[in-house]
Design a protein. Sequence first.
Length: 768
Amino acid sequence: MMNHSENSRRNFIKKTALGTAILATENFFTENVKSASLLHEQNDISPWYKRITRWGQVNITEKDPLRYDIGWWRKYWKQTETQGVIVNAGGIVAYYPTHIPLHKKAEYLDDTDLFGELCSAAHEDGLAVFARMDSNRADETFYNAHPGWFATDAKGKPYRAGDLYITCINSPYYEDHIPSILTEIAEMYKPEGFTDNSWSGLGRESICYCEYCKNSFREKTGNEIPLEKNWNDKVYQQWIKWNYARRLEIWDLNNKTTKAAGGDFCIWSGMNSGSITGQSRSFRDYRAIANKAEIIMLDDQARTDDDGFQHNGETGKLIHGILGWDKLIPESMAMYQAHKPWFRLASKPEPEARIWMLEGIAGGIQPWWHMVSAYHEDRRMYHSPVRTFQWHKANEQYLLNRVPVANVGVVWSQNNTDFYGRDNASQLVEMPWRGMTQALMRARIPYLPVHIDDVDRDGEQFTVLVLPNVAAMSDEQIAAVRRFVQKGGSLIATGETSLYNEWGNKGSDFALADIFKAHITKEINQELPPPPEKFAGEAYHTYLRLTPELRRIVNGPHVPDEPVANGKRHPILKGFEETDILPFGGLLHPLSIDPGSEVLMTYIPQFPVYPPEKAYMTEPKTNIPGIIINTTSAGGRIIYLPADIDRQFAVGNLPDHGNLLKNIVLWTLQDELPIIVKGAGLIDIHLYEQKEKLILHLVNLTNQNTWRQPLDELITVGPLFISIKKKQAVKGEIHSLVSNKKLMARVSEDVISFEITSILDHEVIVIS
């Protein structure tokens, strides 16, 4: 006997088929409206998604059909050298006269066809069109017609977002309804492709118990959907993996649908976050998606105070690392205030928008201006992208078809985010990563993000791999790191790296203990207290003691029991000659240390902060190690930091922590850097190789709001003195793409040196 839900589904499919048949006879728009343009360049037969490098988007509101001045915006496309536009099409609401049952038209659309008019105008101007979908929610009318298609909690209550109901990723909404809309739009308007920033359904924080989910999970695993979140439960772990697999199925289904209706190059490309934690919470396996994608449409609109501008350059390199450097990553770059407090219709300061765009471009991202609403009373935002987009147009030959130069790889793992970070990934995974990468940026040491499953593939490029608290590792991932070290590679690992298996289950010892030459002491193998929330309270009042202690021979008051200064300090402790302690802020347990290793710092436990009369060390010295170093028979240098200096740098931004991390990396590199930049200021550097050229981006992050947005004033820095390792085919002719100056270089057999007198926002140097 057919149930109500299945009967509704079959009726829906019949109506959709009829609507599609009617549409096939209607000639709304044809391909011949497209002019000879970027879409049809005679000398380039590569797909459009490999050639369109500057995008624009007006995120249409439901009121915009009444006030969209298409003529003005067409002029703006030309002014900004825009090559492709993202235009709202359908999903929650339709901006065209849809024939799909329950596909609600935008409130003020009436009998007009805003999407069709914009698509036609863009094609006439030679622009590519990404039809934008928003496909995870529906209104009450839709819900009442198909209640079984919506996500429900354990009590059968539907999940809601405001007035809308959240649809289920396993229901006919995604299997039939969305594919029908994609087919309709592709056949009517012939857009180049489709994108969707809400494509992946209900997030990880909620469990759906609708009949479609129950049946699918039971069929795939033989189990019932777990009743609660429990990361140690194997069924819950299966539920996580099952959700990831379903999102990849949706990716494939939507691409199959759009290509069938619009041709082989009519791709569906979703949208993805610039945050690995955000991807995890949405069940989006970034590496698996990148292996399927022709282009990544990046929804990462602006910086946070924690990440800073440099996050955008880093994100470009991270995604290219899994996508490849031959594909494009356009990024939605907001011209309005895109983080709390949200001001959707007000312009952000132009310098804030500009530096975010320039950082993305430096990291291999393609610019995409983004505004909400087609009509603005605050018109300052119209100026924000113009200069950057025009500069990009003039210099794009140097911004594509290149590969980064770096000998430090920083390892990341989405599985570590899921199964070790779990519900505290921000503290356990993001902050160690952020502290390490910000220290590298601050020290002007080029680095590249490396997915842990690509260590074997990419490891040959690097002298050093850094594992910032990569705690959850599979046997094969452990083996890949071992192979890197066995070949002579150097390794830096922090925190609990390799202490957990791939499911986040804690081991009795580090899987890489023999490489670290450090072991968990079994009698104290208990959990540490959770790290304090950032800014929610003080860090632990702990320190690290440097060895050997030098205060007896340093100017200052002395006491009789001061230790004798015995020996020289290791180069890692350079710059700390006048102190025997460094602030730490974390907690440490004892470890047993193998022969052949050296401990450079030891732990000083907590003592009172208040009252000041009690602020003295009750246990001034322990043998608990904070930094352990050794060298391998293959010539590699190994540093293990039980003291999570990387996370503490992210928490407190203490210069001591940043300088210590810089020293650690330089020692493992044996000071072999591809580039050295000297001079004052906070400068993010990105170095690339392109055929017989070197291309250097320098982004000036020196400003009064470096760590707190928004930025509204740029500060010039300089001079900067630069030395770059010479590539064989590079002769040493230098010119600037920003100041347009030809610079004088000093060229030796191995090094090219030159000076840049000043930088305001950025500089790009081409060395040929």
